[in-house]
Write a protein that binds this ligand. Structure first.
Ligand code: F0G
Length: 483
């Protein structure tokens, strides 16, 4: 992908190494309608209807475009309850790609987290991770455990250009294990492509060191490989030790040093579903009973068989550098466009999507008025672009009910794989530039209805004042009769 150079282009642009063969019609509502829709949705982009969205950048989970081979494989799915050929094909693909022996199927990534938490987390125990993910933390705290984050300090500096901002702080990890005592630590979890700090990668070197420390201390090591696909691209392009390794070599190496690997197939493998894999039979046996209890029989674990076929093919496609370059390169393009204009972005560009630094853009909005959620509504009003709040709203409150303010207040503009064209990405950048130039018009939000669990998914908020009307009126004045 990156090897295609332009002869007469003034800029190098990412090239799609695929063509589109099935399309979905999009609708772009006038700005006045967009204003109405976001209010009806309680100012929560999760509550918008897709028919009212032009570019859906809320996530890259379960919304990636499938390849012709994935769709073809879906037509030969074998839905026998036991002894399914589909299961055999999937386990073969997992063996090939990760080199692991055992596989427990689940319906999606958080189901793996539920089972890991149920099996290994006891009340009062700690889990250590480079950074938490929303669903991971919710399952651990539900079991009475707690989460300690151990990302290097540069990881949460928005503009720090270090190449692997998701890395563990190794000296702190060693020190914390000493202080807490290995027996009080349920597991250490590495999150590849660290989601909540901007899809930032972890180096292979760092992952190997963490695994080694776990081994030395007799602590369970777990890799959340949901975002591994982008992380592999960064390992290959940024890390010297990966230069001469194939993608498969890297995946095999990782799976051989980690006790447990799990992933959401909604992300890794461009499909839907989830998997827990390991080479350790004893660990698998501890978790196995939960699969028929929570998920489904051991041959499908709640997954639809056609998704399993898509997952098997999608995993094999993960070994193809041209396929896995598309996401990071489009994200890089979007981040560069906005960065050149002066919009504060999380840099360097990571995986998953472009992350706009709402905290820096809107210093006039107090932290308890959800600056990132407010910016997400402004971007929808301006462009019909649906991003997602990744800040305080995505946190859970402290046990005493006080607000836990996020380290970073971000709006994530996810870039689903193989879905958007470059002109759509350019449009998105254009509307975010307009929002940035009109940032002084943006005000805060307050809770109207705050759920106690995973509140960002379905909570409702209200604008403080009439700033959204003013923003929409300014848009109409600036853009005339343009949608
Ligand atoms: N781990 C990571 C790192 C994730 O990003 C996700 C999901 C999960 C686990 C849970 O997987 O959705 O299949 O249950 N992230 C989605 C997102 C929801 O939009 O970033 P799941």
């Amino acid at each position: 992908m990156s090897s295609v150079k332009f002869y007469k282009s003034e800029e190098q642009v990412p090239m799609e190494m695929h063509k589109v063969r099935v399309v979905q019609k999009l609708y772009l509502l006038p700005v006045e309608e967009r204003l109405k829709r976001i209010k009806e949705a309680g100012n929560n982009t999760f509550l918008l209807q897709n028919k009212d969205v032009f570019m859906d950048m809320i996530t890259d989970s379960g919304v990636n475009a499938m390849s012709d081979n994935q769709v073809a494989a879906m037509s030969i799915a074998d839905d026998s309850y036991a002894g399914s050929e589909t299961f055999n094909r999937l386990i073969k693909a997992i063996e090939e790609v990760f080199g692991t022996k055992y596989f427990l199927p689940t319906h999606q990534g958080r189901a793996c987290e539920n089972i890991l938490a149920e099996t290994f987390v006891k009340p009062g125990m700690f889990t250590i991770m480079n950074f938490h993910f929303t669903t991971t933390k919710a399952h651990i705290t539900r079991m009475g455990g707690s989460v300690i984050e151990m990302v290097t300090p540069e990881g949460i500096e928005p503009q720090n250009d270090v190449p692997f901002k998701g890395n563990f702080d190794i000296p702190r990890l060693k020190q914390t294990i000493k202080e807490l005592g290995a027996k009080n630590i349920a597991f250490v979890r590495i999150e590849a492509g660290t989601n909540l700090i901007g899809g930032q990668p972890v180096s292979l070197q760092n992952m190997l060191e963490v695994a080694e420390i776990c081994k030395e201390n007799g602590i369970l090591s777990v890799l959340d490989a949901s975002l591994l696909q982008d992380n592999l691209y960064f390992m290959k392009t940024r890390e010297a030790m990966c230069k001469d390794m194939s993608i498969k070599d890297i995946m095999h190496k990782l799976a051989s040093v980690m006790d447990i690997v799990y992933f959401s197939a909604r992300k890794l493998s461009f499909a839907r579903g989830g998997a827990i894999i390991s080479n350790n039979e004893e660990l698998i046996l501890k978790m196995k009973g939960f699969i028929p209890l929570y998920e489904g029989f051991l041959t499908y674990g709640g997954m639809e068989v056609r998704s399993m076929e898509a997952m098997a093919v999608g995993l094999m496609e993960t070994l193809d550098m041209e396929y896995i370059s598309q996401g990071p390169q489009f994200i890089q393009y979007l981040v560069d466009e906005l960065d050149k204009y002066g919009v504060p972005m999380i840099k360097p560009a990571g995986g998953l999507g472009a992350h706009v630094n709402a905290g820096e853009i809107l210093p006039h909005i107090p932290h308890d008025q959800s600056p990132a959620a407010a910016l997400a509504t402004a971007i929808y009003i301006a462009g019909g672009v649906r991003g997602m709040e990744r800040g305080t709203l995505s946190e859970q409150r402290n046990p005493d009910g006080t607000e836990k303010f996020a380290e970073l207040e971000l709006v994530r503009l996810a870039v689903p794989r193989r879905v958007f064209t470059l002109s759509q990405i350019k449009y998105c950048a254009d509307r975010v530039k307009w929002v940035y130039d009109n940032r002084d018009l943006i005000g805060g939000l307050k809770w109207e209805d705050e759920p106690s669990v995973l509140r960002f998914f379905f909570g409702r908020l209200q604008p403080i004042g009439d700033w959204q009307e003013k923003l929409a009126a300014k848009y109409r004045a600036d853009f005339g009769d343009s949608l």
